[in-house]
Ligand binder design. Structure first.
Ligand code: SF4
Ligand code: SF4
Length: 133
């Protein structure tokens, strides 16, 4: 049975990041692009149900510093309204990631296993931004 939690006991964990789907990497260059995302501060990448996501740790500007409440609660976006406490971020250990990368080194090691030891030898490729969905 799901553990009961209360937002009153929380510092607004669900308001301190957002995650976006990214394209499933297919080749070495795609994985290397993800390694580049992971070179940046407060970025992680995870795979859940075969879907890849980039996670950006960045506090919502509407979360108060003291009290950790939503300043626009009555007008908060739909995605916030749909979020439920029964499987929220306050419940530890409930995530079921197939893969979880917290830094570029982890991706480098993963690429070595997946593509062999010359995983870093890519051709010239321009930096590209994550595609918006
Ligand atoms: S929904 Fe969960 S993570 Fe979000 S503020 Fe409430 S208790 Fe915290
Ligand atoms: S709008 Fe309010 S509920 Fe939504 S993320 Fe920001 S602080 Fe949290």
């Amino acid at each position: 049975m799901a553990k009961k939690v209360s937002c009153d006991d929380c510092t607004g964990l669900c308001c301190r990041y957002f995650a976006l789907p990214i394209e499933t990497p297919e080749d070495k260059e795609d994985y290397d692009d993800i390694r580049w995302y992971l070179c940046h501060k407060d970025i992680t990448v995870f795979v859940e149900d075969d879907d890849w996501y980039i996670n950006i740790k960045n506090k919502c500007k509407h979360l108060t510093d003291s009290g950790h409440k939503c300043k626009i609660y009555d007008k908060r976006p739909k995605i916030c309204r749909g979020y439920r406490t029964h499987d929220c971020d306050l419940i530890e250990g409930e995530y079921d990631y197939e893969l979880h990368f917290t830094n570029d080194k982890q991706m480098e090691e993963y690429m070595k296993i997946k593509f062999g030891s010359n995983a870093n030898k890519n051709g010239k490729r321009k930096k590209k931004k994550a595609k918006k969905k």
